[in-house]
Ligand binder design. Structure first.
Ligand SMILES: [Zn+2]
Ligand SMILES: [Zn+2]
Length: 64
């Protein structure tokens, strides 16, 4: 099974379903600069480029 949100491959169906739920949580991807929370990794990546250009901010997951 493959996650549609992050393209991660997950071997077990129940694990995949639980994993997908993580993407639906709005606090999954916090901005480390202004602490806004994003539900999707690409939303956070876009925010970082738009709001914090030039800053060396790495994208982190709050659940790992
Ligand atoms: Zn995923
Ligand atoms: Zn920010």
């Amino acid at each position: 099974f493959r996650c549609l949100h992050c393209a991660r491959e997950i071997s077990r169906r129940d694990h995949c379903r639980r994993h997908v739920l993580l993407h639906l949580q709005p606090e999954r991807w916090p901005c480390t600069v202004c602490y806004r929370k994003f539900s999707r990794r690409d939303s956070l990546a876009y925010h970082l480029r738009a709001q914090h250009p030039g800053s060396e901010v790495s994208i982190i997951s709050s659940n790992e």
